[in-house]
Design a protein around this ligand. Structure first.
Ligand code: ATP
Ligand code: MG
Length: 173
Protein backbone atom coordinates (compact mmCIF):
# COMPACT_ATOMS: atom_id res chain seq x y z
CA UNK A 1 0.00 0.00 0.00
CA UNK A 2 1.18 3.54 -0.72
CA UNK A 3 0.97 6.17 1.99
CA UNK A 4 2.58 9.48 2.78
CA UNK A 5 5.58 8.37 4.84
CA UNK A 6 6.06 11.86 6.29
CA UNK A 7 2.52 12.00 7.66
CA UNK A 8 2.77 8.38 8.81
CA UNK A 9 5.93 9.09 10.81
CA UNK A 10 4.64 12.39 12.16
CA UNK A 11 1.47 10.65 13.41
CA UNK A 12 3.47 8.05 15.34
CA UNK A 13 5.59 10.78 16.94
CA UNK A 14 2.39 12.66 17.76
CA UNK A 15 1.11 9.61 19.67
CA UNK A 16 3.94 10.16 22.17
CA UNK A 17 3.12 13.83 22.76
CA UNK A 18 1.33 13.27 26.09
CA UNK A 19 4.08 11.00 27.35
CA UNK A 20 6.63 13.67 26.43
CA UNK A 21 4.70 16.40 28.24
CA UNK A 22 4.44 14.28 31.37
CA UNK A 23 8.19 13.70 31.54
CA UNK A 24 9.17 17.15 30.14
CA UNK A 25 10.88 15.53 27.18
CA UNK A 26 11.61 17.73 24.19
CA UNK A 27 9.96 15.62 21.49
CA UNK A 28 10.35 16.83 17.93
CA UNK A 29 9.73 15.67 14.43
CA UNK A 30 11.54 17.34 11.53
CA UNK A 31 11.35 16.62 7.83
CA UNK A 32 12.58 18.79 4.98
CA UNK A 33 10.02 17.02 2.79
CA UNK A 34 6.37 17.94 3.24
CA UNK A 35 5.29 14.61 1.83
CA UNK A 36 6.76 11.38 0.52
CA UNK A 37 4.49 8.86 -1.16
CA UNK A 38 5.96 5.48 -0.33
CA UNK A 39 4.87 1.87 -0.70
CA UNK A 40 5.28 -0.08 2.50
CA UNK A 41 3.68 -2.42 5.02
CA UNK A 42 2.12 0.07 7.44
CA UNK A 43 1.56 -2.47 10.21
CA UNK A 44 5.21 -3.48 10.23
CA UNK A 45 6.74 -0.01 9.93
CA UNK A 46 4.40 1.18 12.65
CA UNK A 47 5.82 -1.50 14.97
CA UNK A 48 9.37 -0.49 14.07
CA UNK A 49 8.89 3.22 14.74
CA UNK A 50 6.73 2.59 17.78
CA UNK A 51 9.45 0.39 19.29
CA UNK A 52 12.24 2.88 18.55
CA UNK A 53 10.25 5.68 20.18
CA UNK A 54 9.21 3.52 23.17
CA UNK A 55 12.85 2.58 23.68
CA UNK A 56 13.95 6.22 23.48
CA UNK A 57 11.39 7.08 26.16
CA UNK A 58 12.36 4.12 28.36
CA UNK A 59 16.04 5.01 28.33
CA UNK A 60 15.89 8.81 28.40
CA UNK A 61 15.46 10.52 31.75
CA UNK A 62 12.94 13.31 32.41
CA UNK A 63 13.89 16.60 30.82
CA UNK A 64 15.78 14.93 27.97
CA UNK A 65 15.26 15.16 24.24
CA UNK A 66 13.99 12.81 21.59
CA UNK A 67 14.20 14.00 18.01
CA UNK A 68 12.87 12.15 15.00
CA UNK A 69 13.86 13.14 11.48
CA UNK A 70 13.02 11.94 8.02
CA UNK A 71 14.97 12.83 4.93
CA UNK A 72 16.00 11.66 1.49
CA UNK A 73 19.71 11.14 0.93
CA UNK A 74 21.45 9.28 -1.92
CA UNK A 75 18.10 8.00 -3.12
CA UNK A 76 17.43 6.46 0.25
CA UNK A 77 14.91 7.34 2.92
CA UNK A 78 16.54 7.91 6.27
CA UNK A 79 14.50 7.95 9.47
CA UNK A 80 16.45 8.77 12.61
CA UNK A 81 15.36 8.51 16.23
CA UNK A 82 17.82 10.45 18.37
CA UNK A 83 17.82 10.59 22.15
CA UNK A 84 20.18 12.01 24.74
CA UNK A 85 19.43 9.31 27.30
CA UNK A 86 21.60 6.75 29.03
CA UNK A 87 23.12 5.34 25.87
CA UNK A 88 24.81 1.96 25.68
CA UNK A 89 28.16 0.23 25.74
CA UNK A 90 29.98 -1.31 22.78
CA UNK A 91 28.86 -4.76 23.94
CA UNK A 92 25.24 -3.58 23.98
CA UNK A 93 25.56 -1.98 20.55
CA UNK A 94 26.77 -5.27 19.12
CA UNK A 95 23.93 -7.26 20.61
CA UNK A 96 20.80 -5.11 20.80
CA UNK A 97 19.39 -6.57 17.60
CA UNK A 98 19.65 -10.11 18.95
CA UNK A 99 16.50 -11.73 20.14
CA UNK A 100 15.89 -11.43 23.92
CA UNK A 101 18.98 -9.28 24.43
CA UNK A 102 18.53 -6.63 27.10
CA UNK A 103 21.30 -4.49 28.52
CA UNK A 104 19.82 -4.23 32.01
CA UNK A 105 18.78 -7.77 32.86
CA UNK A 106 17.66 -6.70 36.33
CA UNK A 107 14.99 -4.27 35.20
CA UNK A 108 11.56 -5.24 33.98
CA UNK A 109 11.24 -2.70 31.18
CA UNK A 110 10.73 -5.12 28.32
CA UNK A 111 11.29 -8.51 26.77
CA UNK A 112 14.15 -7.75 24.39
CA UNK A 113 12.13 -8.61 21.30
CA UNK A 114 11.49 -5.15 19.92
CA UNK A 115 14.73 -4.52 18.05
CA UNK A 116 15.09 -8.08 16.73
CA UNK A 117 11.61 -7.78 15.22
CA UNK A 118 12.33 -4.26 14.01
CA UNK A 119 15.36 -5.44 12.08
CA UNK A 120 13.33 -8.26 10.49
CA UNK A 121 10.61 -5.84 9.44
CA UNK A 122 13.04 -3.28 8.03
CA UNK A 123 14.87 -5.99 6.08
CA UNK A 124 11.55 -7.13 4.61
CA UNK A 125 11.45 -3.65 3.06
CA UNK A 126 14.98 -4.15 1.67
CA UNK A 127 16.16 -1.70 4.28
CA UNK A 128 18.67 -1.62 7.10
CA UNK A 129 18.63 -0.45 10.70
CA UNK A 130 21.68 0.48 12.72
CA UNK A 131 22.62 2.10 15.99
CA UNK A 132 25.13 4.72 17.05
CA UNK A 133 25.35 5.14 20.80
CA UNK A 134 27.63 6.14 23.60
CA UNK A 135 27.18 5.30 27.25
CA UNK A 136 25.98 8.34 29.16
CA UNK A 137 25.49 10.46 26.06
CA UNK A 138 22.63 9.08 24.04
CA UNK A 139 21.54 6.87 21.22
CA UNK A 140 20.61 7.25 17.57
CA UNK A 141 18.79 4.54 15.65
CA UNK A 142 18.67 4.96 11.87
CA UNK A 143 16.28 3.18 9.57
CA UNK A 144 17.36 3.29 5.92
CA UNK A 145 14.84 2.36 3.27
CA UNK A 146 15.37 2.24 -0.50
CA UNK A 147 13.60 5.09 -2.25
CA UNK A 148 11.54 3.38 -4.90
CA UNK A 149 9.75 5.81 -7.14
CA UNK A 150 6.03 5.32 -6.82
CA UNK A 151 4.05 4.11 -9.80
CA UNK A 152 1.21 6.57 -10.37
CA UNK A 153 -2.26 5.13 -9.77
CA UNK A 154 -3.06 5.53 -13.49
CA UNK A 155 -0.06 3.35 -14.28
CA UNK A 156 0.58 1.36 -17.44
CA UNK A 157 -0.94 -1.86 -16.13
CA UNK A 158 -4.34 -0.19 -15.92
CA UNK A 159 -4.33 0.92 -19.54
CA UNK A 160 -5.77 -1.23 -22.33
CA UNK A 161 -2.97 -3.30 -23.84
CA UNK A 162 -2.79 -1.34 -27.08
CA UNK A 163 -1.94 1.79 -25.09
CA UNK A 164 0.69 0.15 -22.94
CA UNK A 165 3.53 0.69 -25.33
CA UNK A 166 5.73 3.72 -25.23
CA UNK A 167 5.80 5.79 -28.45
CA UNK A 168 9.45 4.82 -29.05
CA UNK A 169 8.41 1.22 -29.68
CA UNK A 170 6.57 2.34 -32.78
CA UNK A 171 9.38 4.51 -33.97
CA UNK A 172 9.10 8.26 -33.78
CA UNK A 173 8.14 10.00 -37.03
P1 ATP B 1 10.57 -4.95 24.10
O1 ATP B 1 10.83 -3.95 23.01
O2 ATP B 1 10.50 -6.35 23.59
O3 ATP B 1 9.43 -4.56 24.97
P2 ATP B 1 13.13 -4.06 25.03
O4 ATP B 1 12.76 -2.63 24.77
O5 ATP B 1 13.95 -4.34 26.24
O6 ATP B 1 11.83 -4.96 25.09
P3 ATP B 1 14.48 -3.99 22.49
O7 ATP B 1 13.55 -2.93 21.98
O8 ATP B 1 14.85 -5.10 21.58
O9 ATP B 1 13.89 -4.68 23.81
O10 ATP B 1 15.82 -3.33 23.02
C1 ATP B 1 16.89 -4.15 23.46
C2 ATP B 1 17.77 -3.46 24.45
O11 ATP B 1 18.49 -2.42 23.80
C3 ATP B 1 17.04 -2.75 25.58
O12 ATP B 1 16.71 -3.62 26.62
C4 ATP B 1 18.06 -1.70 26.01
O13 ATP B 1 19.01 -2.30 26.85
C5 ATP B 1 18.74 -1.35 24.70
N1 ATP B 1 18.19 -0.11 24.10
C6 ATP B 1 17.29 -0.03 23.11
N2 ATP B 1 17.01 1.25 22.79
C7 ATP B 1 17.78 2.01 23.59
C8 ATP B 1 17.96 3.43 23.74
N3 ATP B 1 17.29 4.30 22.99
N4 ATP B 1 18.84 3.85 24.69
C9 ATP B 1 19.54 2.95 25.45
N5 ATP B 1 19.40 1.61 25.35
C10 ATP B 1 18.55 1.15 24.43
MG1 MG C 1 11.76 -2.08 22.93
Amino acid sequence: ETYDLVEFTRDIVQDFKMKAQKSRIDLQFVSPLTELPYTFDAEKLDKVLFNLLSNAFKYTPDGGLIHVSLLLANNEVEIKVVDNGEGMTKKDREQVFEIFYRAQQNTSLGSGLGLALSREFVQLHDGEIYVVSEKGKGTTFTVVLPHRSVVPSTGKSELPHFLRHSPEEFGTP
